[in-house]
Design a protein around this ligand. Sequence first.
Ligand code: ADP
Ligand code: MG
Length: 282
Amino acid sequence: SVPLAFFAGIGGASKRGIMIKGGKYIESVAKADCFVFDKTGTLTNGKIKVTKVTSYGEISENDILKYCATAEEYSAHPIAQAINQKAKLENVETLKADDYQEKAGNGVTAIIDGKNYTVGHIGLLSDEDKKKVTDDTSVFLLIDGKLVGGITVNDTIRTETPKVLKSLKELGAKDLVMLTGDNKKKAESVAKLTGITKLFSNLLPNEKVKHMEELKKSHKATVFVGDGINDAPVIALADCGVAMGLGSNAAIEASDAVLSDGTLKSLPTMVKTSRRIMNTIR
Ligand code: ADP
Ligand code: MG
């Protein structure tokens, strides 16, 4: 039978913005010595905005926004939403593409009038094109494989992130890890500003899974926190997978716990509450 203390704890915790699916996960959180985070939308703010549109000469900034918004029309990625919001704001109308594809953790491609429009990360560029671009550019537009534009977004750190990570450290966490699909430079700057102790960048969704498997082997218990965009498989794999409450439905379905206010604030409380419950029933 399941000790009643589990349910009391779940009830109490839910008032503080935490929902845990069961006693097994309370136990995992209580003994977790490794906390793993996704970057975009988790350590950083999900509500990102476009701050700059860059043209590399061929087409206007307006057209860059138009093609990017068209290709991103059906993507749930925070960058896609920022691009579409900017297009609306600037009254830039999207086109009707013949085909839309998303490569998780990479970018999107649309076929417009027989041409291939790809929006995605720096890894898609040729070595020659990589020399032309600046560090602050978040995603690039390629037409038939040729670099034509870039878009910069403000991926700002959540105000609570440094404090939350400090609390987890004080609670005895050995490793505070970041798994991100974003570039090394961006990842390093976020790690430095937040207190992340280990980082893995430029990861594809399946590589995030591989790292999580390794981290599980070398720790007593792991907690992963993500917004579900490209990380639902890792949420499912962690000893306790935590979804940001305002993230995607896929994340909430795959998760063992939810931070229902959509911030990281109640994470230390979740650890303390879980430990109190485990002590009560021992
Ligand atoms: P994170 O792990 O930081 O949450 P993701 O794995 O979601 O990041 O994405 C990694 C990178 O892949 C992004 O920084 C971006 O460059 C690119 N990317 C992913 N999805 C898209 C998209 N829909 N549009 C443009 N770029 C994308
Ligand atoms: Mg993410």
